[in-house]
Write a protein that binds this ligand. Structure first.
Ligand SMILES: [Mg+2]
Length: 129
């Protein structure tokens, strides 16, 4: 069964880039959200297996989203990849402390995205119902 990705970014262009990169590496099942709040609502309503989130967004940012997802509920252990321009050490550390599974700095190639996803799936197998 296909892994269902939830791609979260306030930039439509960036969502397209991530979604197209996912499709190019064989992942066709993707839903999108424009901020953390919308993402959390969609996660509750539609579910997803793997979260790929931007950090800087209005309403609810990516770090807040990660903390919310990790705090409780059916998706608290889901794989999370943070996609961001924030590459300094303190930011990476903060994201890791919020328990993202991995971190990728924009811009990136589809191959780099694939490597990050593969690394995560090695340690956090997606459990399909
Ligand atoms: Mg952003």
């Amino acid at each position: 069964m296909a892994i269902k990705f939830l791609v979260v970014d306030d930039s439509l262009t960036m969502r397209r880039i991530v979604t197209n990169a996912l499709k190019s590496i064989g992942y066709d099942t993707v839903i999108e959200a424009g901020d953390g709040k919308e993402a959390f609502t969609k996660l509750q309503a539609e579910g997803a297996d793997f979260l790929i989130s931007d950090w800087n967004m209005p309403e609810m940012n990516g770090l807040e989203l990660v903390k919310l997802v990790r705090s409780a509920g059916a998706h608290m252990e889901m794989p999370i990849l943070m996609v961001t321009t924030r590459g300094n050490k303190a930011d990476v550390l903060e994201a890791m402390q919020a328990r993202v599974n991995n971190y990728i700095i924009k811009p990136f190639t589809p191959q780099a995205l694939k490597e990050k996803i593969d690394q995560i799936l090695k340690v956090v197998p997606v459990e399909k119902a």
